[in-house]
Design a protein around this ligand. Sequence first.
Ligand SMILES: C[S@@+](CC[C@H](N)C(=O)[O-])C[C@H]1O[C@@H](n2cnc3c(N)ncnc32)[C@H](O)[C@@H]1O
Length: 224
Amino acid sequence: MDAARQRRLQAETLKYAARGDYNAMAFWADRFLEYGFTYRAVGDRGKSEAANAKDYTSALALVADFITDQLDLATHARIVDLGVGTGAHLRMLHALGYHNLVGVDITPTFRCELTAALGNGFSFRQADIGTDVCMPAHTDVILLTDVLQHLVHPAKFRFCLERNVHEALYGGGVVIFTERFENVAYSYYEVMREIDVYHSLLAPTDILMQATPYRDKFITAWRL
Ligand SMILES: C[S@@+](CC[C@H](N)C(=O)[O-])C[C@H]1O[C@@H](n2cnc3c(N)ncnc32)[C@H](O)[C@@H]1O
């Protein structure tokens, strides 16, 4: 890690970290204010906007192929993006005709941009997915891309998987999520976990997409 990045992380740790957790609402609101409605806001801050856009383009194509070809998901299916950020995945799905879309985020910073881009078939909910039950009824697919590692507190991570994913999808719904599948705490706001943890909390009935490289992580899709 270069010296400038190390200094920034130290300053941020003092500002946002507390007792094995961090102030996610303040961290993400500040970050979105700094970068605006860009790929960098939700992607890799260490890379340029163009490099982030390139990474997202191939990642989005992978998700689009899975949803339309492998899953053959009807366009009226309800898709909920937990930790929606700038809604890159929902905007891609909207362009493909999906029109029953929900975005949840801890900060409402991009609510207006998302609503303008996604139209009447979209609704936004502000919630902490680690402490609030925030799922709409009859959800078919949950997206959790680049989000779960930010639920650094074990109780919040567990809450999210049990109450917002398992309870909402149990009986046939599909969760698409990213991970590195390794037991590593990278920083005060990023903790990766092994695949066994997910198996024990989600009890999938079918692995629809094996772990596949996706940006700097893997993506997988499980039916519950
Ligand atoms: C790295 S960004 C990923 C955004 C988007 N899913 C994507 O793939 O482009 C992480 C997102 O999760 C949101 N987030 C982090 N912790 C959250 C929490 N506890 N509850 C709800 N949203 C959260 C952040 O505000 C941010 O929008």
